[in-house]
Design a binder for this molecule. Sequence first.
Ligand code: ADP
Length: 368
Amino acid sequence: MATMQFKNINKVYINGVQAVFDFNMEVKDGEFIVLVGPSGCGKSTTLRMVAGLEEISSGDLIIDDVRINDKAPKDRDIAMVFQNYALYSHMTVYHNMAFSLILRKENSDFIHERVLWAAEVLGLTPYLNRRPAHLSGGQRQRVALGRAIVRDPKIFLLDEPLSNLDAKLRGSMRKELKALHHRLGTTMIYVTHDQIEALTLADRIVIMKDGYVQQIGTPVEVYNNPANLFVANFIGTPPMNFFDAMITKDGKIVVAGNEIDIQGHDVFNALKEKKYLGKEVIMGIRPEYIRVEKKKSGYKGFPSVCDIYELLGSDALIHFDIANIAVTAKINSREVIDPGEEITYDFDIEHIYFFDKDTEMRIYAEHK
Ligand code: ADP
């Protein structure tokens, strides 16, 4: 169990590349933190600095009130699980899990007890005498986890541990990991490029881009209240739709040739207060907040034509154009719309987001 503090952490590699800029965060005891962002954003570098595999160029990394920048990896009481499992192919599952405890010269009864316990927790008891080559991908990943949990470390670090698994197995391993975290209560830092993994696993998500933290928050916070355009676009599938828009002085959004009256809504008050009336902004709306129907007589919404109807199961995606901008809406799949059919669409004003055109920061109004 451990708390962590990242204080102004920077990483500059020898070749001069700065991979991490001024990383600041406090991690609570037992928290499940997910670092997420596109390839090259600095998430693995951050994790490797915690593990002690990369030097910290400047700043302080504090675990349980002790600065650990200069501690060797083996003295940090941290266990790391990698994407490629890194199992010993010539050893059985049992020995793979026992190995680090044997190196630590633990008592053999203790080792036996720990390995049997980990095997039980991870559903590996029937496979203890097998070698890794005779296991499925999911089972190998569980052995890699087993090797980490037998040591009862203060902190687990996981670097894309599920990315070698197929989609279905990833889904079930996600649930197992979540249950494992719940059971162990150990602080975990998990790196992934997959925003769905971040949303489903994390207590809090750290979204990174080009070495900078963009936002830290719970999954619900970052989904409902993205701090900027990058986060709004990165979190959520299919992604948010974006438009160039103009806010008129009398409280209308002019977007793709349409006018939407927003007077009396919270967003209008926020735009007014922050002096965006009469200015150009970027407007964003998630697919589930664009209402789409087949065109009916006496319709109220704006007209368009369905390009593609994609059935997902209980939901369906409709792709259509608004003034030559490709838009995606998500609707209940009870409404079946054929490509080429005329539709009407409308925006749920309470769920429209606005971003400053220059800074790309969110023009903030609380969304429920
Ligand atoms: P991510 O894990 O988000 O994909 P990394 O932390 O691996 O990103 O890399 C962040 C940046 O640091 C990238 O620009 C990458 O090219 C650079 N980088 C990573 N490792 C090294 C290294 N050993 N030497 C120099 N640059 C590196």
